[in-house]
Design a protein around this ligand. Structure first.
Ligand SMILES: [Cu+2]
Length: 110
């Protein structure tokens, strides 16, 4: 009986997880010596967007990421992935940059 209940819960959980996962789009972004890679990102307007940003260099000024339209400013610690939840975005473009606007990127929401 206990095993049945456990199995039921496992199935329930995995179903839940699967449906949630399809509505979330996690995009990996690297803050490297070249700037943000990729600097052009395409996302679906029906999905919740999460940026997983990792800075792997200390030799640029991209120690933070700015998303002005979201009034967002996020520190980027070295070699640690920071998850930035943006939620669903409206169709169009969302630009992002480093703190001094030297490195830029754009999210194309379609
Ligand atoms: Cu900069």
């Amino acid at each position: 009986m206990k095993t049945m209940l456990k199995m039921f819960l496992v199935i329930l959980f995995s179903l839940n997880f699967a449906s949630a996962a399809t509505n979330i789009e996690t995009i990996k972004v690297l803050a490297s010596e070249k700037g943000f890679e990729p600097s052009t990102i395409k996302v679906d307007a029906n999905k919740e967007v999460i940026l997983a940003v990792t800075r792997n260099t200390d030799s640029t000024c991209a120690k933070e990421i700015l998303i002005p339209s979201k009034k967002l400013k996020q520190e980027l610690p070295l070699n640690k992935t920071v998850f930035i939840k943006l939620g669903k975005l409206k169709k169009g473009q969302v630009s992002f940059s480093c703190g001094m606007d030297m490195f830029t990127g754009v999210i194309n929401v379609q």
